[in-house]
Design a protein around this ligand. Sequence first.
Ligand code: PEP
Ligand code: MG
Length: 836
Amino acid sequence: MSELITYQCELKEGIHARPAGHIERLCNTFQSEVNWKNIRSGLQGSAKSALSLVATDTLLNDECEIILSGADARRAASELTALLKKLPQFEVAHEEESQVPAGYLPRSLREMQPSFIQGSRISGGVAIARPVVVKSLSFDDIMARAPMETRATAEEKQALNAGIEALKQAKLDILESKVGVEHDIIQAHLSIITDAAFQQSISHFIDNGENVWRATVLAAMDFCEILKKSSSKYIKERTLDVLDITSQLLTTVYGEHSLPQHGLNLNAASIIFADNLTPSKFLGINKKMLAGMVLTATGTTSHTAILARSLGIPTLTDIDFSTLDLQPQQEIIIDGNLALLATDPDEPLLRYYRNEMAVQRTMQQQMLSSVHQPAVSADGHRLEIAANIASVEEAEAAFNNGAEGIGLFRTEMSFMDRETPPDYAELAALYTRVMACANGKPVIFRTFDIGGDKPVDYLNLGEEENPFLGYRAIRTYPRYRDLFAMQLKAILTASSAGDAKVMIPMIASVEEIIWCREVLEAVKQAMRKEGLPFNDTISLGVMLEVPSVIFAIPEMAEYADFFSVGSNDLTQYFFAADRGNPQVANVYDNYASSFLRALQFAIDEVHRAGKWIGLCGELGASKDFLPLLIGMGFDELSMSATAIPGVKHALRELNFAQCRLMALEVLALTRSAEVKAALQTPAVKAETQKSILAPEFILFNLDAEDKNEVIKKMTDNLWLHHRTDCREHLCDDIWTREDAFSTAVGYGFAIPHTKSDHITDSTISMATLAHPIIWGDQQVDTIFMLTVCKSADSNMHMKYFSTLARKLMKEEFRNEIKNADSVDVLYNLMTRTLDV
Ligand code: PEP
Ligand code: MG
């Protein structure tokens, strides 16, 4: 029997390793052969091999014909079709960092007329260290080391299979302890090791009289030839992974020392120069000694590049270092942000970059420390900021981004894209790993939300006219009571490892939550009998997605410990407007007064019942809505991990008392447009006014060599205190004025100034210098720097300039400044003088 599927690729990166892995896993459960043909490229391969699939070079919009032949072809075709439809949801965006145009030098660097080699950025950051050249092994190098001896075919095959098995097991063992990018990369390597076509190709070479060494290299080279022909840069760059696996397989079969281990035991801070570095070599390096990398032949999306970015190691490519005079004892500079390399820096350039490294380090520490500070408004109101996740990897990323808990774990993801449901052991292990990431912080497990737009074939929910209004989530639990109870048991097991909570999706009536409570108690009872540990007081919550709940909160609160608004579904059911249908997007309106009043009613009802209420739909990440949601009284907001740092920062700038007043005003409005305008008008945002003068902008006894360094250090200081998002452009603006005329005003003072788009709040900075410097044609030792917002009162800038200039005419004032012996004294003096 055979079936044909026609498929048009919707994936931006085409069928690369990750989607190919999903297809390969599913196809290997079929008896049928699955032949995948890309009509555009004419290339075809077996869908049972991820490498063959990748090699078909299937890119965005390519039409493909997939022929399934075998006894189970019909069923296989329907399962594969369902998977292909779901592929876009497994795509992970590969965000390449935005590149500064090649050749751009900020003014402060240009002033020094340095000599640089221009490369391309793989990963940002700056480092000063000694160069270390590492010889990369190519397939030719590896082939040249092939042992002469070839054993009997059966013996070679046995050695190959034992090697594959051992390497696979080693990868599985480390996979357990890894999360995030490293986990994904090991997973990708596992799929190369277990790839059927790769293994068959090696066997084929052995059948033709080659030993394992030569057979593996020949098979790998064949695959790389196909990958290199791809028009996708991403797919081309997988060749390094194949090289990596080849070397690992050979050292597994022939022993640790069968391939040379080139100088990767770094014993001082080093910048590595190599043609390329395989991911496993990279992972084996002591990162404390790895200051930077120049990888001539590595692309920006290779796995080594992805790892370098995730660990923040400055890395460049497109630099041919073979002709460079790299002295092992010479300190060199790598600037990943500007993609520059200085192999023979002079002392001023080293000084510039030492300062730059210190500034970047301070900023990084500040970001890290503030992202983990509690989410509190300027006037001390505490709000929990949590994350929405669907996997352990996302949990890890969320906590690194400062999440104070998981407000929504979409657990149905581990029920989808498979043949049979997960079992208790799998779920308990997964949930316990998430609890370990949470390290005591709360995790809300939303029980499986299957049905609607998330079908799962093995449950046979059946076709429905209106799936969103049909058999979905809690509504399916009575029929699949065992599956639901098994999931509860897994969550309860994880509850002994931290603060786990259970939340039920799509609750519409009090009877449903009573039923869930009964099942929960029954599962607990069974676990007690089995002697399994769990948290007996685990919280049970209602997900508020169906509008009927709003009017049943008092009775539900008798059985539920908390509520969380799923604003995506609540909005869709409140307005009877499909959340994914653009034709009714205007009906699906979060700004509507009716919707906001319903929310306010629910919040008040929950609080009256003495329970807490959060929000975990998309609305939670909206900065426009933030003041309103706080003012309305939500206790928690849960959002995607990437939104957390921004929302926490915005919250710190808000005043809770003003947010409450604003919420009252907004709820009295009657038109959606008015609500929108009110939320988007800064006047109703409860922002705190930042003062123009503050002690942190006074630099006492500043060590600087020249005017350039003073301006750079003063603008760096504004950046470190969040007054500018772009210090280079602010610096340029200050220099524009200096280029027209020097701002030295006599008596040892200079007043550089600018009205700029690159300062967020007008600021007066001041610096007294450790020793005088030349400024134009004068010597100066005290600087006042005025940086005024373009939007500020047009006279402000000149007002401060003339007040200062007038004051500086008076000897008494000048002496007071020169005699000041601390930031405090200067700050008080300036506050009085400028009347701010
Ligand atoms: C919601 O409906 O708001 C929600 C968070 O759940 P999901 O988006 O998974 O349906
Ligand atoms: Mg929902």
